[in-house]
Design a protein around this ligand. Structure first.
Ligand code: PEP
Ligand code: MG
Length: 751
């Protein structure tokens, strides 16, 4: 039986391929295909529905249904059985369609007389292009083998669609990758950019989805897998000793490359008539669909591995993809499903104009690199990496979080105005670089910048920052594949201090844990990592690492001033213990004959509410305090900063939160301890102005935020802002924002 199906299926695929070679128009080809499939399946009906837009499926060809319904019958995703296949990306196979839940009667097609129904998603690499339906009057259930054969057919249809085989004159079946598309994502770094798509992983184009020589095709696949195995073994041999994680990933690759199940499934697909490339893509598509539905992080990782491995295999077979010499277009805007910080850094500063990711997150390390480069970045732009082609024109609006792919003229014109305005604003900020952030009432607020990598340092000059208020030392650890040595750290910190040229840099000791997982440290399986074993908690438990870092800082200072700050301290005793370690290391260094810092200060990040209520001794003993608002706010409101659903739910200008911050500032003032704010909110002009009003005289932010914050600061009177805050509080308002906005509008202060 299987052999019969195999030869029948191969025959059908052979015919489908012949339709590709024919010089016919797209519609004619589709009509022919539905006829061929219905005939081969001995069914009365075969229909092909393709997406007209994101939400609408359109009947594009049919054998057996009313021909007048073609291009007229439309369904929303989720509507009827066809819509259900599209939404769930799963097969629906039923003996009695009309009695199925969700069945939608479409009189124009006359379909109620058909009983058996099978619908399959036409998908390529996880992206659904349409639905293939076969129906029959007879109450029959399509067998497993028939389903399998139809899956293969659907795969070939997807490849044909990708090749533009169904493009028709009337716009109902538009060419793929040609229409203007808008993608909505989440802003991870503001800014606007106009340029051309540059794909991080260029797509492989499969021009031969069908074969009539399965033996030769299987041989090609085996040879490619052999090459792949050798390359994985070579990569494994190159992994430095001790790089456990890299080794583990490659071991998983090797496991897949040797997986009999994987090989068997692909060989079966080839036996049914698919080419080696199409068989790989079919497996890859299935893996991507499973990936979307799997909540298990381990399984997701493995499916990612399989995806990557499939890409490598495709590249081996086709010679396309990476390193094909695809030229970087002018004004490249990088489009990727996801990217790691190291891969991103490989592109080099100043090359890319912007980045659009399908996955990623606002707090990801790639986002941190994009911020350091001050280029716009949007994440969660779903579907863009499969839709965009290298060189496509694209406009990136990092204010709204949108990307316009192949924009039409109206969008282009509107965007041009936006770019011009943005440019004008940048010029205005540039004029303020050497000016102080002096309020109308004569208070100066010192603006510092946040940094974490050597590439950030040049921004000290260009942004007008007075120093680095927060140097996140963990970034250097995160972008590496193995633990840095003390000498390497010393040299790095020394270069950072050289680049700062005497300006103050506050080095925060390692804040690992939570979302910042070092690739070479055993991951901790914690129920709630943001409140788990992170930052100073790791430092105090693993003193060797902390001491090594402190030693590197002291040696790098080499007689210069040194400011060190401990993250995530929750009680006085933790600060005392950390300070004691620092002083112990100093003493040891002295004994070893190293030059000690000329002057040092040991500060704390206040990012847990508990520390705001610490005993007075804490405020007396800490040399300085910096508020880590990102963490403090998430714990104040109990709203996860990484969770898109809740992270914007509570306003920073909420009256309770502002009064809480003011109490901290007042306690610091009482004990004459300097206090600054270094969370992301410090870089938002309105928030920064309110912070200044409640007493902050130092803020630290992304370099790109310094201009906008300074500009607003120079237009406000802190006394007036305080009145607004007090009034909002007296009136029991939830937030100060609205009153503040109307005050600024009335006084014509731009921000
Ligand atoms: C903060 O929590 O506000 C902060 C600056 O630290 P990070 O964002 O690195 O946790
Ligand atoms: Mg923090």
């Amino acid at each position: 039986m299987i052999e019969v199906i195999e030869s029948e299926s191969r025959k059908l695929l052979g015919r489908l391929r012949d339709t590709l070679a024919e010089d016919t128009a797209g519609q004619e080809r589709l009509d022919h295909i539905t006829h061929l499939i219905a005939d081969s399946m001995q069914a009365e009906v075969c229909s092909i529905y393709l997406f007209r837009d994101e939400q609408t499926l359109e009947l594009c060809a049919t054998e057996g249904l009313n021909a007048d319904a073609v291009h007229k019958t439309r369904l929303k995703v989720g509507e009827g059985l066809v819509g259900r296949v599209a939404r769930k990306k799963r097969i629906v196979n039923t003996i009695d369609a009309p009695s199925e839940r969700g069945f939608r009667y479409m009189p124009e097609t006359g379909e109620e007389i058909f009983s058996a129904f099978i619908g399959l998603p036409i998908q390529r690499l996880g992206e659904t292009l349409g639905v293939l339906v076969v129906q029959s009057k007879e109450r029959r259930c399509f067998t497993e083998d028939e389903v399998y054969a139809l899956e293969v057919v659907a795969m070939v249809l997807a490849e044909m669609a990708e090749l533009g085989a169904f493009v028709a004159e009337d716009s109902a079946i538009g060419a793929l990758h040609t229409r203007p598309e808008m993608f909505k994502g989440t802003v991870a770094q503001e800014g606007v950019a106009s340029g051309q798509v540059y794909l991080h992983e260029p797509r492989v184009v499969v021009t031969n989805p069908v074969t009539d020589d399965p033996v030769a095709e299987t041989k090609r696949l085996i040879e490619a897998i052999d090459t792949l195995r050798v390359s994985v073994d070579d990569m494994l041999a190159d992994v430095p000793q001790g790089d456990k994680d890299q080794r583990e990933i490659l071991e998983a690759y090797r496991m897949f490359a040797n997986s009999r199940g994987w090989m068997r499934r692909m060989s079966e697909d080839i036996a049914l008539g698919l080419s080696a490339e199409a068989a790989i893509e079919k497996e890859q598509s299935l893996a991507r669909t499973r990936l979307e539905h799997s909540p298990d992080p381990y399984l997701r990782e493995r499916l990612h591995d399989l995806d990557d491995l499939s890409n490598r295999l495709l590249r081996i077979l086709t010679g396309q993809g990476e390193n094909t010499g695809a030229e970087m277009p002018e004004n490249p805007i990088l489009v990727a499903r996801n990217i790691g910080p190291a891969e991103l850094l490989d592109y080099g500063k100043g090359k890319l104009k912007g980045i659009i990711l399908e996955q990623g997150s606002v707090g990801s390390h790639a986002a941190i690199v994009a911020r350091a480069w001050a280029i716009p970045l949007i994440v969660h732009a779903e579907g863009i990496s499969t839709e965009a082609l290298n060189g496509d024109p694209i406009l990136l609006d990092g204010e709204r979080g949108t990307a316009h792919l192949r924009p039409d003229e109206t969008v282009q014109a509107a965007f041009k105005d936006k770019m011009a305005m943005h440019h004008k604003e940048q010029m205005r900020f540039a004029d303020l670089v050497d000016e102080p952030a002096l309020t109308l009432c004569g208070n100066e607020v010192k603006l510092h910048m946040n940094a974490g990598l050597m590439v950030d340092l040049p921004s000290l000059k260009t942004s007008g920052a007075l120093g680095v208020g927060l140097f996140r030392t963990e970034l250097q650890f995160l972008i590496r594949s193995s633990f840095p040595k003390r000498s390497e750290l010393t040299s790095l910190y020394s270069r950072v201090m050289d680049a700062a040229d005497g300006k103050r840099i506050v080095f925060r000791t390692l804040d690992i844990g939570s979302d910042k997982v070092l690739p070479y440290m055993a991951p901790q399986d914690e129920p709630n990592p943001a409140m788990g074993w992170r930052a100073i908690r790791v430092g105090l438990d693993k003193r060797g690492v902390m001491k090594m870092q402190l030693q590197s800082l002291i040696r790098a200072a080499n007689g210069r001033d040194l400011s060190v700050m401990f993250p995530f301290v929750a009680q006085l005793e933790e600060y005392r213990a950390a300070r004691k370690i620092f002083e112990g290391v100093l003493e040891q260094e002295r004994k070893l004959g190293h030059v000690l810092p000329r002057h040092y200060e040991v500060g704390v990040m206040l990012e847990t509410p508990s520390l705001a209520f610490a005993p007075d001794a804490f405020f007396e003993e800490a040399d300085f305090i910096s508020i880590g608002g990102n963490d403090l706010k998430q714990f104040f409101f109990a709203a996860d900063r990484e969770n898109e659903r809740v992270r914007r739910r509570y306003d920073t200008l909420n009256v309770s939160y502002i009064s809480f911050l003011k109490q901290i500032v007042d306690r610091c003032k009482l004990h004459d301890t300097s206090v600054s704010f270094c969370g992301e909110d410090a870089g938002k002009p309105l928030e920064a102005a309110v912070f200044a009003a409640i007493g902050f005289r130092a803020l630290s932010m992304r370099p790109a935020s310094i201009g906008p914050v300074k500009s607003l600061m120079r237009g406000v009177d802190l006394g007036a802002l305080n009145e607004i805050i007090e009034k909002a509080s007296r009136e029991g308002k939830q937030s100060i924002r609205e009153d503040l906005q109307s005050y600024l509008a009335q006084n014509e202060v731009a921000y």
